[in-house]
Design a protein. Structure first.
Lengths: 119, 249
């Protein structure tokens, strides 16, 4: 890609700061938060996405403004993304494949009496 | 009480909501964060929604066949009765937040009060606006605290915004026609002053910002005497209906 034309020094000085990380600590100014919404009372909170925000209160507001615009929920959780420990994609076979060969763990071998109806 | 008084009152409130909503919509595509882009857009849509209900009602009160579009798009500066505060330009993000906070700290208790209006339509509109403005207040207050108690730069900008906009804050408390208050239709905004003062003082203290001395208060918006900024705003907002009258999609 061709180098972009260098802006005039005075122009550059007028540009607002676009710093995204704290100069001293190197921490992001608006870290990532995972957003969970409870759609109705009685249901569990479900993960819906993430937002950037400076702190927990602002993350809640950002989550409200980003993910509940169409009446999606009655309760919100925000959790720092950094607090999540994720399984290694490389472990997928070791962790999850054994379960795929155990269909008897699904309750599909029981005959349901008709009176029970849909479960 | 003449219908003209009620029309003016409803129209002024509608103009506040529309003009501030339009100002906030100018942030579309320019907000400092994607999340804030949506937040400002949400607030703008809340306000424009309130404006639509109020314009429709004002048109019905006037009974001369003007609908919400006619009132929003086909009046010029002297016919607009909005507060001077809400027409002030967006400036930087701090100016937008301070303007929103000064107004919302008034609008939230105002709409809560108007829920008790003897005018059933105004009371119904107020019920919706009360919860919406309560969130606008919360949103702008949280930002104000972080800008004020943030970096030296953000604090400087927030304080500058307060100092620049302060002279437009007095106008919010000017009472409407006494007959409207007497009839239980309007509320006397001067009664909201202690709550507003308390909200302002607590937020400024938390934000380490200084409240300016009361000083000179600019007024005139309710009577159609506006700052130069409103004409430019209307020129952009009304362009389509002026150039292509009756255009629809």
């Amino acid at each position: 890609m061709a180098p972009t034309k260098a802006s005039h020094p005075e122009e550059a000085a007028k540009q607002p700061s676009r710093r995204t990380h704290n100069a001293r600590s190197g921490e992001p100014l608006t870290p990532l938060w995972e957003v969970f919404i409870r759609a109705r009372n009685g249901l569990a909170h479900r993960h819906v996405g993430s937002v950037h925000a400076a702190d927990a209160e602002m993350a809640l507001q950002a989550a409200r403004d980003t993910y509940t615009r169409r009446d999606e929920g009655v309760s919100l959780w925000v959790v720092p993304s950094a607090a999540i420990t994720a399984s290694d994609p490389g472990d997928e076979a070791v962790l999850f494949e054994p379960a795929s060969r155990k269909p008897y763990r699904h309750p599909s071998f029981y005959k349901l009496p008709d009176e029970v109806g849909d479960m | 009480m003449t219908p003209g008084l009620l029309f003016d009152y409803v129209l002024g409130l509608a103009d506040d909501a529309l003009i501030l909503g339009h100002r906030l919509s100018e942030w579309c595509g320019h907000a400092p964060l994607l999340e804030e882009e949506l937040a400002l857009g949400n607030i703008a849509l809340d306000l424009i929604g309130t404006a639509r209900s109020l314009y429709t009602y004002a048109g019905a009160v006037e009974a001369r066949g003007r609908d919400e579009d006619a009132l929003a798009y086909l009046r010029d500066v002297p016919q607009f009765g909005n507060l001077l505060l809400v027409e002030q330009p967006n400036g930087d993000f701090a100016v937008t937040i301070v303007r929103q906070f000064l107004y919302s700290a008034f609008a939230a208790p105002f709409w809560r009060g108007l829920v008790g209006s003897r005018d059933a339509t105004l009371a119904a509109i107020a019920t919706t606006a009360a919860t919406e403005t309560a969130y606008h207040l919360r949103h702008s207050r949280e930002w104000l605290v972080r800008l004020g108690d943030g970096t030296a730069e953000s604090r400087r900008r927030a304080q500058n915004a307060i100092d620049d906009l302060w002279m437009f804050s007095g106008e919010m408390f000017e009472p409407p026609a006494a007959a409207l208050i007497g009839a239980g239709i309007a509320i006397d905004p001067s009664a909201l002053r202690p709550e507003w003062d308390g909200s302002i003082d607590r937020a400024f203290a938390e934000a380490t910002l200084e409240r300016p001395a009361s000083g000179y208060m600019q007024t005139g918006g309710r009577h159609g005497r506006h700052s130069e900024h409103l004409g430019h705003l209307l020129a952009e907002m009304q362009f389509l209906q002026r150039a292509y009258p009756g255009a629809t999609w």
